[in-house]
Design a protein around this ligand. Structure first.
Ligand code: DC
Length: 219
């Protein structure tokens, strides 16, 4: 069967990864969480104290190996040979990933990897610039949004359920700061592709979002 890709973009906390994982499972294709790659760069930058500038990042990335493998259908991210799939989820890594994702050298380094994987497997990719930059010719494109309050509330509940002590106001402020950075960076800012279908998840649960996507796909 011919390889095809589905792009899901949108701001943090809109439910992209849940929708993308479920959609990929229903369609029997792969799921690539591209934010995990930026998080891996952020984790390395945090651990090594990288300076936040493009020339330094370009130099440091030459000694950085990021790989993705699938084990029992689950995406595993390796950073210099270490499985960092759990470590990249830590809250402090989010802001490092977001800040370093604005650097052109970081985006260029990860572009090839994303295109390679999506060229080898039919897949659902979620991120910020999949429909606009990584896969402008993706067969289906969705832009998943939700209000800042809904997204902050979901993130707050998720962190609390994992036992992390957080203040709602801080979670909301972090989301707003990431939105601002993701939407205002010079290279590949977060925006809806002209041909993407917009879905607002404010009043939809995860299953309803996926069903909506499937209904467009089956059309
Ligand atoms: O989706 P996430 O929160 O795991 O992504 C982490 C950071 O990576 C996020 O702040 C924005 C950035 N990112 C990006 O710039 N482009 C992508 N395709 C995916 C993520």
């Amino acid at each position: 069967m011919k390889i095809y890709n589905i792009a899901i973009d949108g701001p943090s906390g809109a439910g992209k990864s849940t929708a993308a994982r479920s959609l990929a499972a229903k369609l029997g294709i792969a799921y690539l969480d591209t934010g995990a790659l930026y998080r891996a760069v952020g984790l390395k930058a945090m651990r090594c104290g990288w300076e936040e500038n493009d020339a330094e990042a370009e130099k440091n990335l030459k000694n950085t190996d990021i790989r993705v493998e699938y084990e029992n259908g689950k995406q595993i991210v390796y950073l210099d040979g270490e499985n960092v799939s759990e470590a990249i989820r830590r809250d402090e890594v989010s802001s490092w990933g977001s800040r370093f994702s604005a650097l052109p050298s970081v985006r260029a380094a990860l572009l090839g990897l994303q295109r390679k994987i999506s060229g080898e497997y039919s897949s659902v990719l979620d991120g910020r610039d999949i429909g606009t930059c990584v896969l402008p010719f993706a067969k289906y494109k969705f832009f998943l949004t939700a209000s800042v309050d809904k997204r902050a509330f979901r993130r707050y509940n998720e962190l609390r359920s994992k036992g992390t002590e957080v203040q709602y106001d801080k979670v909301r402020a972090d989301i707003e700061a990431r939105d601002y950075r993701d939407m205002n960076r010079e290279v590949s800012p977060l925006r809806k592709a002209d041909d993407a279908i917009e879905i607002n998840s404010d009043n939809l649960d995860a299953e309803e979002v996926v069903n909506k996507m499937l209904s467009y796909i089956s059309e």
